[in-house]
Design a protein around this ligand. Sequence first.
Ligand code: 13P
Ligand code: SF4
Length: 378
Amino acid sequence: MSTATLSPQFPLAPYKSLANEELAARIDDVRREFGRKLLILGHHYQQDEVIAHTDLGGDSYQLSQMAAAQTECRYIVFCGVHFMAETADILANRPEKLAERHGERVTVILPDMAAGCSMADMAAIDQVEAAWADLGEVIDTDDITPVTYINSAASLKAFCGRNGGIVCTSSNAKAVLEWSFKRTKRVFFFPDQHLGRNTALQLGITNEQMPVFNPFGGDLGGNSEAAIENSKVILWNGHCSVHQMFQKAHVEQFRAQYPGIKILVHPECPQEVNDLADVSGSTSKIIKTVEASPPGTKWAIGTELHLVNRLKQQHPEQEIHFLSPVVCMCATMYRIDLAHLCWSLENLRAGTPVNVLEVDDDVAKWSLVALERMLEVN
Ligand code: 13P
Ligand code: SF4
């Protein structure tokens, strides 16, 4: 991945001491000036004051669709995390879209480059390639579909594209596994073991058929040859540090204290929590589930704090609790604030865009193969 590094006309530091009202007014000015040429996308985990300045919002699957569908915009400012902006760059600048625009690229900006994803960082391309070679000593890799959760670096998506694999999101993971099993006997699923396990269990695959590959675990990721030979889904030893915090004991406490309460979680939660939930799904499914529920419904929701707090505010007719006594927020999503948004927009307007994200051609080409497969499966 390469990033443009023009010297910004405006340094970041002064923006950090401006009041939110002033930042908001200046952001509005830039948005008015650019009109439809500028698209600000926001993930559901963003803070409310950032969400207020987005044109469109959604879960990872919807945000990918939005980036892929654009015709008029020339700049996408992505209020989310790094892998989301990379995906937007790949989809918005795919060959057919570039041809429509006579070669003109859409500039994709991540307001703070430090907005990464700790789960995505748990699988590096050299580790995945080494694991693939290692597995190939014991089983036929032609009979494995590599599936990467969209929460991963573009290089991993490219690996999947090159090897007959696919990208999934939390909203189409089951359909992606079904797609994969029509093609091969096994799946290698990275980086989130929980989404992989929770989804494969729905297809009747057992925990015994899902060894966990630990990239630091030595040969075969710490598994025996028999475990790999008997596997259906080989899970990468990765997790989300936010969703890992929700525990079975929290579900039990809520059920004991609030009879009739329903548990609603994201499938990045560990199996023992996911198994006890009434509903499990992507951030959009969580929102839709609450929206569709009658007044008086009681919920304990296990996903990122900002989304749960927003749902609480938007649905005072329901009783919404956060499914953990400790604060579980995505610290990297939270890095995107009005100061970074205003700073990146004003530099864009001044012709010195900052934090431009451009995926290398070869990685983009092969990632696109895996992403297009993802967009066809829902
Ligand atoms: P969604 O695709 O469900 O929005 O999830 C993205 C994510 O990062 C959850 O932690
Ligand atoms: Fe990554 Fe977890 Fe944050 Fe989602 S909530 S972006 S998986 S660290």
